[in-house]
Design a protein around this ligand. Structure first.
Ligand SMILES: [Zn+2]
Length: 89
């Protein structure tokens, strides 16, 4: 299973979790805040061997898709977090 890095929006500490790509951690064990973890961007896997011009554009597409997906996830997490803060006050 891959290791994911999360930054806690409450205490700003980085936590690492090993879990399936379909799962998501939200509870910060360092400060105990629920729904405070924001997934950090992982580097997309790029195979540097067997380089051809075709493969290059393929990797570019994968990277673009990866960045786009990460952006969406981060935006949703930010939204969730600010909603939670709003409810509290
Ligand atoms: Zn925390």
């Amino acid at each position: 299973m891959p290791i994911y890095k999360y930054e806690c929006a409450a205490c700003n500490q980085i936590s690492k979790f090993m879990h399936a790509s379909t799962e998501m951690m939200s509870h910060c064990k360092k400060c105990g805040t629920e729904n405070s973890l924001v997934k950090q961007l992982a580097k997309p896997f790029v195979n540097k061997g067997n380089k051809t011009s075709n493969k290059d554009s393929e990797v570019g597409e994968i990277t673009k898709k990866f960045i786009e997906e990460n952006r969406k996830v981060l935006e949703e997490q930010k939204k969730e977090y600010s909603n939670k803060q709003y409810d509290k006050s």
